[in-house]
Ligand binder design. Structure first.
Ligand SMILES: [Zn+2]
Length: 64
């Protein structure tokens, strides 16, 4: 269990029985490190939320 020098996607690709381990565009999410293809939003088929300050889930409320 060593620390990775480069963050890599920890999404489990069930169909291929392996972890994604992609290092391109990996970001940290509540569920762990994810590449752009395996973010929580992407897995639900939702559009990706662009990075930025604040918590995106409440953006609509803040605008009203
Ligand atoms: Zn991935």
């Amino acid at each position: 269990m060593s620390e990775q020098l480069r963050p890599e996607c920890t999404h489990w690709v069930g169909s291929e029985r392996r972890h994604c381990r992609k290092t391109d565009g990996v970001r940290r999410y509540i569920t762990g490190l994810r590449c752009s293809e395996h973010t929580p939003s992407a897995l639900k088929g939702l559009p990706e939320i662009p990075p930025g300050p604040g918590w995106p889930a409440h953006r609509k409320e803040a605008m009203s």
